[in-house]
Ligand binder design. Structure first.
Ligand code: NAD
Ligand code: DAU
Length: 353
């Protein structure tokens, strides 16, 4: 068995690969694993250091939109798990070009190659953001796609392309749509690692708008287990929600992070809201639960362990905290930087984190 994991050097992809190569998914035991990752600002080979020497594993640096390279790596009969994406909503608001390139064109190249090479299965890792925002209740897998941000629109486009390859060509495509993930190895541009690393450095944290936006938080290990279940027991052409985490407003989550990092509300700065900011996401995940899915990580315990991981890995996030100039400028418009106050400070010249 050969598994091509695209985007496997990022937060969730690397968690999946580490679990896979550590024997957590017995149905795939002994498989050869190729990670194809462009190693953008979000990709980090160090995320795969724990499994780098395993037999049958290789990391290839490259773009999923590079058709000749994908054809070389996606050997006939492969299982494809596509994590590769541009993933940060704020960046997509600033410039959506790379989101269309990777999330739409890249996914198309993977699908086309999977079809030609007769891939065994193709799992597209997607997101609850494709549905837009929901004030009450939860989306089912047949809810209409109403994405708001350019990121979400690019992911919805990829989902529709993926489903078209099932309906038109019969390619075995499965899609998972998950809620907000947290855990070790997440880039410090996202809320939990951003607030954690700033608080650990004695800095303030920027809360967008009124802070009453709601997200459903799921530990990354549970997300990966859900993906594996959809691969093993799902049906071709189906979409599976992965949720069942913990719904929290950003204010409530901020309070938890302040407590975990020994800070108080005076560390919170209210800053201008994100454009088109989705108010609430919520998934009905009963379809995957019928296959046996249950989240295992209790939020309080998972968050504590995550904060501890960032506390004990300052070298990992110091290098990840560098923002490129374009993003730093976008952030600056919303967020006034505060004075450095700790030896863990990782601000780079010209960047704001
Ligand atoms: P991430 O930003 O941490 O990692 C993305 C990875 O993709 C990086 O390693 C990056 O180098 C790679 N990549 C980017 N462009 C590429 C290209 N053109 N070719 C090859 N590799 C490329 O993202 P993540 O949080 O791990 O998300 C992984 C997937 O899960 C994404 O598809 C995302 O939409 C989805 N998802 C994420 C969440 C979440 O909360 N983080 C929730 C639901 C779904
Ligand atoms: O729901 C799944 C999605 O979750 C994934 O598809 C995305 O790839 C992932 O980035 C995440 O998107 P969000 O936009 O929900 O995550 P983010 O961490 O950027 O923001 C979470 C909430 O916190 C959101 O309401 C915006 C707010 N926020 C975020 C940051 C970075 C702040 O208030 N301040 C911040 O500095």
């Amino acid at each position: 068995m050969h598994i091509l994991v695209t985007g496997g050097a990022g937060f969730i992809g690397s968690t999946y690969v580490r679990a896979l190569l550590s024997g957590d998914y017995p149905a795939f035991a002994g498989a050869d694993v190729t990670v194809l990752d462009k190693l953008t600002y979000a990709g980090n080979p160090a995320n795969l250091a724990a499994v780098a020497g395993r037999p049958g594993f290789r990391l290839v640096s490259g773009d999923i939109a590079d058709a000749p390279l994908v054809r070389e790596l996606l050997v006939p009969g492969s299982v494809v798990v596509n994590f590769a994406a541009e993933t940060h909503v704020d960046r997509s608001i600033d410039d959506a070009g790379s989101f269309v390139h990777t999330n739409v064109t890249g996914t198309h190249v993977l699908l086309e190659t999977a079809l030609r090479q007769r891939a065994d299965r193709f799992l597209q890792v997607s997101t609850d953001e494709v549905y837009g925002s929901i004030p009450t209740g939860s989306w089912t897998e047949s809810s209409p796609l109403l994405p708001n941000s350019p990121y979400a629109a690019s992911k919805a486009s990829a989902d529709l392309l993926a489903l078209s390859y099932f309906r038109t060509h019969g390619l075995d495509v499965r899609i998972t749509r998950c809620s907000n993930n947290y855990g070790p190895h997440q880039h410090p541009e996202k809320l939990i690692p951003r607030f954690t690393t700033r608080l650990l450095a004695g800095r303030t944290v920027p809360l967008y708008g009124d802070g009453r936006h709601i997200r459903d938080w799921l530990h990354v290990d549970d997300h990966c287990r859900g993906i594996q279940l959809a691969l093993e027991r799902g049906e071709p052409g189906n979409v599976y929600h992965i949720g069942g985490g913990t719904e929290l407003s950003n204010r409530s989550l901020t309070r938890e992070l302040l407590a975990a990092c020994g800070a108080d509300w005076s560390a919170v700065r209210h800053v201008a809201d994100r454009l088109g900011h989705d108010r609430r996401y919520s998934l009905d995940d009963s379809r995957l639960r019928a296959l046996g899915y249950r989240p295992r990580t209790a939020f309080a315990e998972g968050l504590r362990a995550t904060v501890d991981w960032y506390r004990s890995h300052p070298d990992w996030w110091a290098t990840r905290a560098e923002y490129d100039a374009r993003y730093a400028n976008a952030d600056e418009r919303r967020d006034t930087p505060c004075a450095a106050s700790s030896s863990l400070e990782v601000r780079q010249p010209g960047s704001v984190h």
